[in-house]
Design a binder for this molecule. Structure first.
Ligand code: SAH
Length: 342
């Protein structure tokens, strides 16, 4: 699919078809403005027919707007697969949360994305396509970028689709394309330690976010199967390496689950784990997922948890919940649509 190509690759594609090189510019513009083939006005009809099989035909299948302004999109790909992406409005502009896989094979107990397992990886162009479609939805185009921030926190595990995710980062930051700053991109992982070392060597200025969610290996493995493969101490070591190499502050996600990870002892252990490096803890109130039986901690308790961390000198905040009324948690909307269709 043509969205997978960077500009140079698009030029080669155009050349191979025996076309003049300016066609690459026209195609690039159409793709980055999320036009359909039919909407491209500066290509002859015969040519459109030739490129049509390679031209992206993903689409926004459905959108749901929350009372707080957050919009959740269900994106449909040409093979009939769906993923979700979420648009959030902040003071500084729009941020988009993108999916990296259809489903997920990580098996976290609180997450809706992983319920049906992994269907397939998304290509770099499909990860980018979500952003291009939503940019257009906001009235934007290649030359008019409406979205400034990207978080790879939708369905899927980005580091389990490593090569496509790295390629996506190169595509989305290309100055000729949407030119999004590396510094405005966050990648969230449940902690594939080997890949964190690889990522640190990519020379990218992106923010690494770790879904930690527990303070002992035993508790972590109760809710996150990845904890059976990697110890927390090795995960933290990899994060320190990432910080050493990139000088980017590490973010930790800590979703409070009643009776599992919200005790006073957890705060103490968290403090000991994170005490001597540049990081921030996002404490999250669990989004209820109907298919899961875990109980959430109240918002008030979440604030208390954060206060304890702050007293210990650790930077921490309770994450704003957005889009709760539109099945905001990962994978919830897709699951609903799939069960409607089955
Ligand atoms: N696989 C990656 C990215 C996807 S999950 C990762 O694990 O980081 C994105 C974030 O949402 C993670 O921090 C995840 O733990 C969190 N999350 C998933 N389901 C949730 C739920 N029901 N309530 C609150 N947070 C949830």
């Amino acid at each position: 699919m043509l969205t997978d190509y960077n500009f140079q690759e698009l030029q080669i594609y155009v050349k191979k078809l025996g076309l003049p090189v300016f066609r690459a510019e026209q195609l690039y513009d159409a793709i980055y403005s999320a036009k359909t083939v039919d909407e491209i006005s500066n290509l002859p009809k015969g040519l459109k027919e030739i490129i049509a099989p390679d031209y992206p035909n993903y689409e926004i299948f459905q959108s749901l707007k929350s009372k707080d302004g957050t919009i959740k999109f269900l994106i449909k790909f040409s093979d009939g697969n769906f993923v979700e992406c979420v648009l959030m409005k902040y003071k500084y502009g729009y941020s988009i949360c993108l999916s990296t896989q259809v489903g997920c094979r990580m098996g976290c107990k609180f997450c809706a994305s992983t319920l049906g397992g992994l269907a397939r990886n998304l290509t770099a162009g499909e990860i980018l396509g979500q952003l291009l479609l939503v940019n257009r939805f906001l009235g934007g185009s290649r030359k008019e970028r409406k979205i400034t921030n990207v978080v790879l926190m939708g369905s899927g595990e980005p580091l389990d689709n490593y090569d496509n995710v790295i390629k996506f980062i190169h595509l989305v930051t290309a100055s000729k394309g949407l030119n999004i700053s590396e510094r405005n991109i966050s990648l969230s992982t449940c902690g594939l330690v080997d890949k964190i070392y690889d990522l640190a060597d990519e020379n990218l200025n992106i923010t690494l976010t770790i879904s930690l969610h527990a303070t002992t290996d035993e508790k972590r493995s109760l809710i996150m199967p990845i904890a059976n493969s990697y110890l927390i101490k090795d995960l933290i070591k990899a994060c320190k390496d990432y910080y050493q190499k990139t000088k980017r502050k590490i973010y930790f996600e800590y979703t409070l689950i009643k009776g599992i990870n919200d005790s006073k002892d957890d705060v103490v252990r968290l403090k000991n784990l994170l005490k001597d490096f540049m990081c921030h803890v996002n404490v999250i109130v669990l989004n209820n997922v109907a298919e899961r039986s875990l109980q959430k901690t109240t918002r008030l308790e979440a604030y208390k948890f954060v206060d304890c961390l702050k007293e210990a000198g650790i930077s921490a905040t309770v994450r704003r919940t957005m889009g709760e009324d539109i099945e905001g948690a990962c994978g919830q909307l897709r699951n609903k649509i799939l069960s409607f269709n089955n």
